[in-house]
Design a protein around this ligand. Structure first.
Ligand code: NAD
Length: 257
């Protein structure tokens, strides 16, 4: 049990990476606060965890709202007495996100409100709770596109994930001597709803797969396992990392032929 006696809060816990992480973390002994904008999806994950004998509670939050993030951390401390791990994972990829010329200001603002400000608010309220708990692990979901850029224009999304990476590095340096580790998980292209709604034909999927050395999309379960390592004491000397779990796509692009 790699998260025994730990309390973990996961945003975007109702679907994809967040859902699989909630199930895995609970299976590894954590008490899990499942946070999502969508109560049905989040409650369903809590029910699955409880049915398997684990401990979990749902907290509804829009991570772009300061008061919601303050409340979700409060739920963790009120329900389970402390907070050891926060996985700032909720994020969106807007259908109208495009290049600089075509992307509208409201698309940019919404993407940054959720993907960047949401991570900031998560950290803002989790860090004091972690200090009360004697330390902790923060995992922020960025993306391989923060390292590479994306071939299909999605400027707001790529820029937002770049901000998550730099925020992660600075927070890691600030809090390293307080026992709080901060790392960025950078998934490659995954076979989740978020990406597959855009890669909705075999031709589009094959075009993307050409660039992934492993020749397949990643699974949300594989990201959950990476997040588990970052959450647990197994990664005790790792902080400020750009932790790529991307099927080799970044190496393929950054290694000269
Ligand atoms: P998903 O769409 O399956 O799940 C995201 C969850 O976040 C949903 O349950 C949704 O309700 C919730 N959510 C959305 N906005 C929210 C808000 N404002 N407040 C609270 N919850 C909110 O997505 P996923 O594929 O599991 O992606 C999770 C993270 O991984 C995101 O940050 C995404 O950018 C990142 N990521 C995904 C991929 C991919 O290929 N799927 C690749 C790299 C990075």
């Amino acid at each position: 049990m790699r998260l025994e006696n730990k309390v973990a809060l996961i945003t975007g816990g109702g679907s994809g990476i967040g859902k699989e992480s909630a199930l895995l973390f609970a299976g590894e002994g954590a008490s899990v606060v499942v946070v999502d904008l969508n109560p049905e999806a989040g409650q369903a994950v809590v029910s699955s965890i409880k049915a398997a004998g684990g401990q979990a509670v749902f907290a509804k939050a829009d991570v772009s709202k300061s008061a919601d993030c303050q409340n979700m951390v409060q739920v963790a401390e009120d329900t389970f007495g402390k907070l050891n791990v926060i996985f700032n994972n909720a994020g969106i990829s807007h259908a109208k996100d495009d290049d600089a010329v075509s992307t509208e200001e409201d698309v940019w603002d919404l993407t940054f409100a959720i993907n960047v400000k949401g991570v900031f608010f998560g950290c803002k309220y989790a860090i004091p709770a972690m200090l009360r708990a004697g330390g902790g692990s923060i995992i922020n979901t960025a993306s391989f596109v923060a390292v590479l850029g994306a071939a299909t224009p999605q400027l707001a999304y790529t820029s937002s994930k770049g901000a998550v990476l730099s925020m992660t590095r600075e927070l890691a340096a600030i809090h390293a001597r307080q026992g709080i580790r901060v790392n960025a998980l950078c998934p490659g292209p995954l076979r989740t709803e978020l990406l597959m709604k855009y890669l909705n034909t075999e031709e589009k999927r094959q075009r993307r797969l050409v660039h992934i050395p492993m020749g397949r999309f990643g699974e949300a379960e594989e990201m959950a396992k990476a997040a588990l390592w970052l959450a647990s004491d197994d990664s005790s000397f790792t902080t400020g990392a750009t932790f790529l779990a991307d099927g080799g796509i970044t190496s393929a692009y950054t290694t000269p032929l």
